[in-house]
Design a binder for this molecule. Structure first.
Ligand code: CA
Ligand code: CA
Length: 375
């Protein structure tokens, strides 16, 4: 199964490498705000954008701020606060943010089920790739892939055996056919007892579609960090500078990725708002699931921002994406860490910590929350 999935990845990566989803800077769709979409999407991305366009905003949702917090804007220093800061979190630089509303919690399975029921939306992880369309995109003579390669799948965490050195993400991410938001661990698993948990296996496009239905949008990376800081300055976590402990957030205790001690009571997702909120009343800004932001990820973005003569005002991220670890794959920024983070591995629950993921990728530890402009 892994080999088949890798073949599919190779095909899709070729599409990107051939220029169909990387390079350029003009938006291809009114759905995607300026700066958030690259030109000439491939046939898969076009279909995702069309599905978003087809979503009609819900009149009930667009007037409802009941699960949201009004964040009063201001200036802040964006970027790493301690010696765990990685190169892409530096330099720390001035940013000014306007007022906005933000969801108090990550979007839950219950929320997402309402959206799917109202709109009939199908997530990326649920979709079968059209082999005829795929073949049209590939160079003449490309061998026709086995149809089983194109069956829907998503990435599910599984601890590798203990006792080895040098684990790699490929050792703990399994490509599971039939894994999606309704079946987080694959066929046979269910969300029936997890309706108040964050929805997972959500691609960036799926998150955008939900936000559109709710009359909201995804936060920019700067808005997300401003909100996570909870009206404090230069502190490492949403709660301040005290080290993380199992009473603070849903994260990984033990040795990642092989030994989970589970002191916080949750081996995977927790119900949203199971831990104390930050100073703005926002829950799970550290841990539980990673959260999509609107912005492209670029390794050097903060260097550019640090060179500006004054504060960046409501920045919307770079116009292109660059991850030196996978230079041919455009990625969006995700924030806040997940139930898989601990200090020895990613410390993603720091308010300044940045991570990235391909916008068409659903994973078991990634969800989102939305924001809304102040009228
Ligand atoms: Ca946990
Ligand atoms: Ca979170």
């Amino acid at each position: 199964m892994i080999g088949q999935a890798r073949m599919l990845f190779a095909l899709l990566t070729w599409l990107c490498f051939a220029g169909s989803c990387q390079s350029g800077d003009s938006p291809s769709s009114s759905t995607i705000p300026q700066g958030q979409m690259m030109q000439e999407p491939n046939f898969l991305v076009k279909s995702y954008l069309e599905a978003i366009e087809a979503v009609q905003p819900s009149p009930d949702m667009t007037e409802d701020n009941s699960n949201m917090v009004l964040i009063k804007g201001g200036g802040f220093m964006m970027g790493g606060d301690n010696d765990q800061a990685r190169e892409d979190e530096l330099p720390k630089h001035q940013v000014e943010i306007g007022d906005f509303w933000m969801d108090k919690t990550e979007v839950t399975n219950r929320d997402f089920a309402r959206f799917v029921e109202a709109t009939g939306y199908t997530t990326v992880a649920d979709q079968q790739i059209d082999i005829e369309e795929l073949m049209k995109q590939l160079p003449p003579g490309t061998p026709r892939p086995d149809p089983s390669v194109l069956e829907p799948f998503s990435l599910v965490f599984s601890s590798p055996p203990e006792g080895r050195e040098g684990y790699h993400p490929g050792d703990w991410w399994q490509m599971v056919k039939g894994a999606n938001w309704q079946h987080p661990e694959g066929p046979g698993s269910t969300i029936e007892d997890r309706l108040d948990h964050p929805v997972v296996h959500i691609s960036w496009y799926d998150a955008l579609a939900y936000c559109r239905w709710a009359g909201k949008r995804l936060p920019t990376e700067a808005e997300w960090e401003f909100a996570a800081r909870g009206n404090t300055a230069d502190q490492i976590y949403p709660w301040g500078n005290d080290s993380i402990d199992p009473g603070r957030a849903n994260y990984w205790q033990g040795d990642f990725p092989t030994r989970l001690e589970d002191q916080d009571g949750y081996s995977k997702t927790a119900p949203v708002a199971s831990f104390q909120p930050n100073g703005y009343g926002l829950y799970d800004m550290a841990g539980n699931v990673w959260e999509w932001t609107a912005d492209w990820y670029h390794f050097h973005y903060y260097f550019q921002q640090g060179d500006l003569p004054g504060p960046a005002s409501n920045p919307i991220g770079p116009e292109t994406s660059y991850d030196p670890m996978e230079p041919t794959v455009p990625k969006k920024v995700i924030r806040g860490g997940s139930f898989l983070c601990n200090d020895s591995y990613c410390s993603g629950y720091r308010v300044a910590a940045r991570m990235k993921s391909s916008p068409d990728t659903g994973m078991e530890h990634t969800g989102f929350r939305c924001v809304r402009d102040v009228k």
